[in-house]
Design a protein around this ligand. Structure first.
Ligand code: SAM
Length: 260
């Protein structure tokens, strides 16, 4: 284990050790001295040190007390501002904007963390993360793809996203069994967001993908009847995986319009 730290599984600790991969991630982030950067889960500092060299100051959010103690020993307060605690509960709105969010994320909390971060999208310039490749595939999947689901729709509604490159398990200590990938996320302009109730969108999308083999007629029966499908120009006999993000937005706005 690097530098004598025993990796804690419950905190999803897999530390990056491959210098070439670290350099590629840092090059993709291309941090500048004027940037406001926050790193989630700095760990033993594989990304922290080169990020600091690029931008001079960093905010970091870390949950592991041993690692926090090491961060304080290694870096001065002028270099990093350490926020101790759970990134899932952290108020990213308290940091200066526009914020650049980066991290080799703990895989066990990656999906809830992405949804938590989506709440701060208006203050975010961009986000670059290492995640399980399988999760990145779901994030960027298109309608009809096997990986297309709730995560694709809810994140594509809010962000433009691209999978940058894969990272093999042997780039980490301990090595995870799965392949990872780097994903780049940029919030879409607020003007482009047309959905009138994102909480309702979340419920409708969850229902549409909850029973993947069932058709919309069944999965969305709580919100839509035959006449609604005619008005929307959407075939009730298809499955949720065929609908685009725009289709889901139209459904939500139709349901809300009908209630008024
Ligand atoms: N950035 C380091 C690297 O690339 O080697 C460590 C990455 S490791 C996959 C995940 C890091 O996130 C660990 O340092 C872990 O302690 C931290 N972490 C885990 N759960 C967290 C949480 N809920 N909030 C903040 N940090 C967390």
């Amino acid at each position: 284990m690097p530098q004598g730290h025993i990796a804690r599984k419950r905190f999803g600790q897999n530390f990056l050790v491959d210098r070439e991969i670290i350099a590629r991630i840092i090059a993709s982030i291309a941090a500048q001295p004027s940037d406001h950067v926050v790193e989630i889960g700095p760990g033993l500092g594989a990304l922290t040190a080169p990020l600091l060299a690029a931008c001079g100051h960093l905010h970091v959010v870390e949950i592991d007390r041993d690692l926090i103690a090491r961060l304080h020993q290694t870096y001065s307060p002028a270099q990093i501002t350490v926020h101790e605690g759970d990134a899932l509960k952290f108020d990213f709105g308290s940091l200066p904007a526009p914020l650049r969010v980066v991290g080799n994320l703990p895989y066990n909390i990656s999906t809830p963390l992405l949804f938590h971060l989506a709440d701060f999208a208006e203050r975010v310039r961009d986000m670059t993360f290492m995640l399980q490749k399988e999760v990145v595939e779901r994030m960027v999947a298109a309608p009809g793809d096997e990986a297309y689901g709730r995560l694709s729709v809810m994140l594509q509604y809010r962000f433009a996203m691209a999978s940058l490159f894969d990272v093999p398990g042997d780039a980490f200590r301990p090595a995870p069994k799965v392949t990872s990938a780097i994903v780049y996320m940029r919030p879409l302009p607020v003007e482009s967001l047309q959905c009138r109730d994102t909480a309702l969108m979340g419920r409708i999308v969850t229902a549409a993908f909850g029973q993947r083999r069932k058709t919309l007629r069944n999965t969305l029966a709580a919100w839509l009847v035959a006449e609604d499908y005619t008005l929307l120009g959407i075939d009730a006999g298809q499955r949720g995986e065929r609908l685009s993000v725009e289709d889901y937005v139209r459904i939500v706005n139709h349901v809300i319009g009908r209630q008024r």
